[in-house]
Write a protein that binds this ligand. Structure first.
Ligand code: ZN
Length: 420
């Protein structure tokens, strides 16, 4: 065996060639009909029409892998997940269906604080097992890289426990995990009920936790849930500026429950992304469009909460913002590991076209994680991260909803999972 793999027999190869997409270019998938991909040492050596790739000497000696007329595309880059948590919140799901709002549930000790209580009580082994099984599901649905946030620990030991698990899982299973420190998810119970509770908690984050995260090299990004009932713009700015001094790049949960001005803060700080954006206004959209901050939309969250108001994807795209899509996998508001389902929601609810949704879930997701040079498209020199779907036309990926048509997922040239 030469060590090279030649992937052939694809009805379409979606290369997504070129950098992150804005505006009209978001629908450019760089489609090659009857395409082939040549892979060596985990990287793409050549990609293009089969006849062209076949002419290379290396292609002749390569191990052949025929995908039987399926569609091949870059593995999904899921740039927003809360991977590590101890349990589902199915009981709250039922309450929500019966009419309780997210904030009412939170006031009764439910919501994020409910997950915090369960996580603090859970063993590392149990958390790891749950996350590993979730990672298997992500891979089975075509995801090859995901971001993972802490934020269900909210004390020094528990936050470090989560971030350490990110690091361990990143090396112990095939998917790539990008770690984000979200100590500022909400103010934990023990700091509530005092006038300066939030400030005291922020001091703990900045003085005790942040330096430890940096010394142990446990995160690449720092995130803040900047919204009603969580942290203010002023508090978020203070923490993210401090994190930036420590070398952690900022990202933000912005304008989900209300408009706070978090989007403008994200742009001012040069954040990698600001995520949710259900309540952005026209000036926020203009700011995003002029910036490199990625606008990450999480329609799974609005769908699961049964909300009518989704983020204004069309306005963001038309203004020229870099729009990405992610699952927001978490136990309270978006319990899914399925990027294909997110694509269906993006098409049906955000009125994105199938092509726009796929670009938002691949190359633009990679841009949200600062990895657009290594993943997110199929091009020479990039990681061989790809997925093959059981369809003949890429539009069928979002068209079929609530089912998994991913046939094979490959990470760095290795098959991670494949249907029989
Ligand atoms: Zn989130």
């Amino acid at each position: 065996m030469s060590g090279s793999i030649l992937i052939t027999g694809a009805s379409q190869v979606l290369t997504l060639r070129g950098g992150p997409r804005r505006g009209n270019s978001l629908s450019n998938l760089g489609i090659v009909k009857d395409g082939a991909v040549l892979v060596r040492d985990g990287k793409i050596v050549a990609v293009g029409p089969r006849a062209q790739v076949d002419r290379r000497a290396e292609a002749k000696s390569a191990e052949k892998f025929d995908v039987g007329g399926r569609v091949v595309l870059p593995g999904f880059v899921d740039s927003h997940t809360h991977l590590i948590h101890a349990a589902s919140r199915a009981e709250e799901y039922e309450l929500k269906i019966q009419g309780a709002s997210y904030e009412e549930i939170a006031r009764k000790g439910g919501g994020v604080l409910n997950s915090v209580k369960k996580l603090r009580a859970a063993t590392e082994q149990a958390l790891k097992q749950r996350a590993a099984s979730a990672l298997g599901e992500f891979a089975a649905h075509g995801t090859t890289t995901l971001e993972a946030k802490s934020g269900y620990g909210l004390d020094v030991a528990s936050e470090l426990k989560i971030l350490t698990l990110h690091k361990e899982l990143n090396t112990e299973q095939p998917l790539e995990i990008v770690s984000t420190f979200l100590g500022a998810h909400v103010v934990p119970a023990e700091f509530r009920g005092k006038a300066d509770g939030a400030e005291k908690y922020l001091d703990l984050l900045m003085e005790k936790l942040l330096p430890e995260v940096v010394v142990r090299d446990l995160a690449e990004y720092c995130d803040v849930f900047c919204d009603r009932g969580a942290f203010t713009v002023r508090q978020s700015r203070k923490l993210l500026a401090k994190a930036k001094d420590h070398g952690l790049a900022p990202r933000l949960h912005a304008e989900q429950l209300s408009r706070t001005g978090a989007t403008q803060l994200a742009v001012d700080l040069g954040a990698a992304s600001c995520d949710h954006l259900e309540h952005v206004n026209d000036s926020d959209i203009r700011s995003l469009a002029k910036s490199k901050t990625v606008a990450t939309l999480l329609p799974g969250c609005d769908f699961h909460l049964g909300l009518k108001e989704y983020a204004p994807a069309r306005k963001l795209i038309e203004a020229g913002a870099i729009v990405a899509l992610a699952t927001d996998y978490n136990p309270g508001t978006s319990p899914t590991m399925s990027m294909p389902m997110v694509l269906s929601l993006a098409c049906d609810q955000l009125r994105m076209t199938p092509a726009e949704a796929i670009a938002a879930a691949t190359i633009n997701g990679a841009a949200a994680l600062g990895r657009e040079k290594t993943i997110g498209s199929l091009a020479e020199g990039k990681q061989a991260d790809l997925a093959a779907f059981e369809v003949e036309d890429y539009r069928e990926i979002p068209y079929y909803f609530g089912m998994n048509l991913c046939w094979m997922t490959m990470k760095r040239g290795e098959i991670v999972c494949m249907k029989d």
